[in-house]
Every structure is written in structure tokens, then in C-alpha cells.
Ligand binder design. Structure first.
Ligand code: HEC
Length: 158
């Protein structure tokens, strides 16, 4: 086999590897679930991690609504900050590779907006503004839940 031929094969294999990696980066580890949503397949520990983060966001929303009702805007800002980007920062690369690109974008968008809401209240946002921001934030929760669910990945056969 000529050197030229070998280099063509090497470059082709290299491109295939990049294409496969790119495909998984965009698609994650998923399948279509019987209810029509995209099921993300995660190991039990990874699923727990994501669901714990979710329950944290629900607690944030509850504390924010309570804060607005009590007129305690400091509580609103603190609750929002607790689900800001800092809450998303420690996700490990193996888990990130299993999440579809759109899921990551939606998830990061929600964390970023909680930080923005915290800042909004610090810069004197009104109750109506806060409730408006919270309303659009909740539409992102609803949209993602309508498209995705998390299933346990089949255990690896030994
Ligand atoms: C990027 C997508 C995404 C976003 C954005 C999102 N969620 Fe979730 N959430 C999920 C998925 C997927 C599940 C698992 C649902 C399933 O398997 O049926 C889930 C589950 C939950 C659960 C159940 C937790 C448990 O222990 O079972 C709660 C509560 C929750 N989300 C709250 C929220 C709130 C509140 C928001 C918005 C502030 C939000 N989520 C935004 C994807 C998302």
C-alpha cells in the first residue's frame, strides 16, 4: 500500500471519529420514549444528580413566590441566586456528553436567567417585573419537561 493511500485512510478515520464525537455531542445518549418524549439514558447516580438539581429549582421557585408575597425582595434574590450558574457549575464531562445539546442550552439558559432575576431585584425590579420574569422562567421548565424525560440506562452486561 502506498504512503499516499495510507494517509488518505488515516485522514478518513480521523474525520469519522470527529463526526461520531460531534453526533453524540449534539444528540447525547437518547431514545424516543413510548410517550413521545426524548428519553435521556443516564446511570442511576447521574439521574439522581439531575433530579436533585431539579428539586432545588422547584424550591427556588417556591421561595421566590413566598418572597414576593411577603414583600421580601432580598429573599427573592437569594432564592434565585441559589439556582443560578453556580448551581450548574459542577456537572461532570461524562454526564454532559450524554445530555443532548438542546437540553444543555435550555438548562444553562434557566440557570443564567435565575442569576439575571437576582440582579434585577438588586437593581430595583418591581413585583410585577419579578413575577413576569418568573412566569417566563416557568415556561422554560414546562417546555423542557414536555420534550424530555430521564430513563435509567440498561446496566452493562458483564
Ligand atoms: C433542560 C430541561 C429542563 C429544564 C429547563 C427544567 N427541567 Fe425539571 N426536569 C427535566 C427532566 C428531563 C426531568 C425528569 C422528568 C421525567 O423523567 O419524567 C425533570 C424533573 C423535574 C422534577 C422532578 C424531580 C424528581 O425528583 O423527580 C422537578 C421538581 C423539576 N424538574 C422542576 C423543574 C423546575 C422548577 C424547572 C424550572 C425552573 C425545571 N425543572 C426546568 C428537565 C428540565
Amino acid at each position: 500500500m502506498s504512503t499516499r493511500m495510507l494517509s488518505v485512510i488515516a485522514i478518513t478515520l480521523w474525520l469519522v471519529t470527529i463526526a461520531v464525537a460531534g453526533f453524540f455531542f449534539v444528540r447525547g445518549q437518547t431514545r424516543v420514549a413510548p410517550d413521545g418524549r426524548t428519553a435521556i439514558l443516564l446511570a442511576p447516580g447521574e439521574r439522581n444528580l439531575v433530579l436533585t438539581e431539579m428539586r432545588g429549582m422547584l424550591a427556588t421557585v417556591q421561595a421566590m413566590v413566598d418572597g414576593v408575597k411577603a414583600g421580601d425582595l432580598k429573599q427573592v434574590a437569594q432564592a434565585a441566586r441559589a439556582s443560578g450558574m453556580a448551581a450548574a457549575a459542577d456537572v461532570n464531562p461524562a454526564l454532559m456528553a450524554k445530555l443532548p445539546l438542546e437540553f444543555k442550552q435550555l438548562g444553562l439558559g434557566v440557570h443564567k436567567r435565575f442569576d439575571e432575576i437576582a440582579t434585577e431585584r438588586n437593581s430595583g425590579g418591581s413585583h410585577e417585573q419579578l413575577l413576569g420574569s418568573l412566569g417566563s422562567q416557568l415556561s422554560a421548565c414546562v417546555a423542557c419537561h414536555a420534550s424530555y424525560r430521564i430513563d435509567a440506562a440498561a446496566p452493562v452486561a458483564k
